[in-house]
Design a protein around this ligand. Structure first.
Ligand SMILES: [Zn+2]
Ligand SMILES: [Zn+2]
Length: 492
């Protein structure tokens, strides 16, 4: 028998308008959420910076990435710089950048504590109860309006801060994502403890900029469970968590030299499970009376392995056997496998999945088993906004001298799904794990606990927060991001 579930459950700056020109003292504002709002003390302006004047103005660069495998410094040197997207000799209000940088640094100690706590308590898909409790408690203590278990997802949350203006201008909403799930056996080997605090840091930074510089609008941190295979963001999208956002961003650690990072696409991936059903028999006394479900899994695994030589170089299929029987002297009546099918585009994944399922079917036919296919989470490719990426790159270069490189596609992320519903960007920041210790290795788990990795995280969060503050403050920038996204969606 063959069945499948069709429904995946589940990843140039224009002249600045006068939005900052009004006097902060003449602005009437109230916080729409529970947090109190301090008086704005100064309004930001646009000024050229020394760094900005150094930036090249050509626009021929392109980007393409996700979490990449472990790599050395030499391979980074050969990649084009994302700075090639920066075409203007002015940067977004330098005083706002400075405010955000200082604000985030002031939370260094509690954020470090939160990161290590999450690392010390690794939790899997949709079971991130300790991380959820720690993060929401901290955000409540910091005065944000927190919605625990958002949308009925036990370990999801939202934390919001709003600053209302005079009501004459449309106010925007900027979203940030935090992840905090771990991997079986290797703990926080994808560094999601750092992603968790990067979101909190960016939220704190944007709030301080809004308060100090009269930037009106809303910033919201969405706590997103189950990135490692559970499709948490796909579930949140279906629940409407991203409705009303003008842009959304998150960060991810990756191997590489300190004080650098990258932006690029990622592979679309379809998770799929297969079960084979046979018949038990005594494996020595009457094996001819059995139907061996483990043999079906074995043949399926071999067939998929043979399929690889006819796959495109940028596609990936990999899987495990999750059930291979109960005892060696009993012919297994049941076996089960899980696979990931990846390709640069979702439509290519669909075509490749069909060939993989053919392998399952042939294995069932050969052994006399029946089988059942269950499609699980679908993560789309990642459509990074070059407009958001440009501002992030400018800020990271301006404040930290950090080069942001264009990245080739590597892994996959359910943030890809987010970029199909709202302009989004998913920069990677390097944490200098040991050679051969990339994401999903125990070496990366350890690297994500170091003081150096923590420092890199806060710096990257500063770049994210600056980009978010500009979405809220600069109407032309927000419109540019929206237009570029709409154009990209037409060709996606
Ligand atoms: Zn991962
Ligand atoms: Zn990850």
């Amino acid at each position: 028998m063959r069945s499948s579930s069709p429904t995946p459950t589940s990843g140039c700056f224009s002249p600045f308008k006068n939005i900052f020109g009004r006097s902060s003292s003449s602005s009437q504002r109230t916080a729409s959420s529970s947090p109190s709002v301090e008086k704005a003390t100064s309004a930001p302006s646009y000024q050229p910076s020394a760094r900005a004047q150094q930036l090249a103005g050509d626009l021929h660069g392109c980007c393409c990435s996700g979490v990449t495998p472990s790599k050395n410094e030499e391979s980074w040197e050969g990649l084009p710089s994302y700075e090639s997207f920066v075409s203007d000799d002015k940067v977004f209000a330098p005083e706002v950048r400075q405010t955000i940088k200082e604000a985030i640094l002031s939370f260094d100690a509690p954020l470090r504590k939160l990161s290590l706590y999450i690392s010390d308590h690794p939790e899997l898909n949709y079971q991130e109860f300790k991380a959820h409790e720690a993060m929401t408690s901290y955000l409540e203590k910091e005065g944000f309006a927190v919605e625990r278990s958002w949308g009925g997802l036990a370990t999801a949350f939202k934390a919001t801060f709003s600053l209302k203006g005079d009501g004459f201008k449309k106010e925007r909403t900027f979203g940030i994502n935090s992840e905090y799930d771990a991997l079986p056996g290797v703990g926080h080997a994808c560094g999601h403890n750092l992603i968790a605090i990067s979101g909190v840091a960016a939220l704190l930074g944007v709030r301080e900029a809004m308060r100090k510089h009269s930037i009106f609008g809303t910033v919201v941190l969405i706590g997103t469970p189950a990135e490692e295979g559970g499709g948490g963001k796909g579930a949140l999208i279906e629940l409407g968590a991203y409705k009303g956002l003008d842009a959304c961003m998150m960060l991810h650690p990756t191997p590489g030299p300190l004080n650098s990072g990258g932006i690029g696409s990622s592979l679309a991936v379809q998770m799929v499970s297969v079960e084979f059903f046979g018949k038990t028999a005594h494996a020595a006394a009457a094996p001819w009376e059995g139907i061996n479900a483990l043999d079906a899994a074995h043949l399926a695994y071999g067939s998929v392995s043979a399929l690889r030589q006819q796959m495109k170089p940028d596609a990936r299929v990999h899987g495990i056997i999750t059930d291979g029987g109960l005892a060696p002297n009993v012919i297994p009546e049941h076996s089960a496998m899980k696979y990931c099918v990846r390709s640069p585009k979702a439509e290519e994944v669909t075509a490749l999945l069909e060939r993989v399922v053919n392998c399952f079917e042939a294995a069932a036919e050969a052994t006399g088993c029946t089988f059942k296919v269950q499609k699980d989470a679908l993560y789309t490719d990642l459509r990074n906004s070059t407009v958001l990426g440009r501002e992030y790159t400018s800020a990271m270069g301006d404040l930290f001298g950090a080069p942001i490189k264009a990245q080739p596609a590597g892994g996959s992320t359910d943030f890809g799904n987010v970029t199909y519903v709202v302009p989004g960007c998913h920069p990677l920041f390097s944490i200098n794990s040991p050679a051969g210790s990339g994401n999903h290795t125990i070496g990366f788990t350890d690297a994500a606990r170091t003081a150096e990795a923590h420092k890199c995280t806060l710096e990257a969060a500063t770049g994210l927060a600056i980009t978010g503050a500009r979405i809220l403050a600069d109407e032309s920038f927000a419109n540019e991001a929206r237009s570029a996204w709409e154009k990209d969606m037409r060709s996606a």
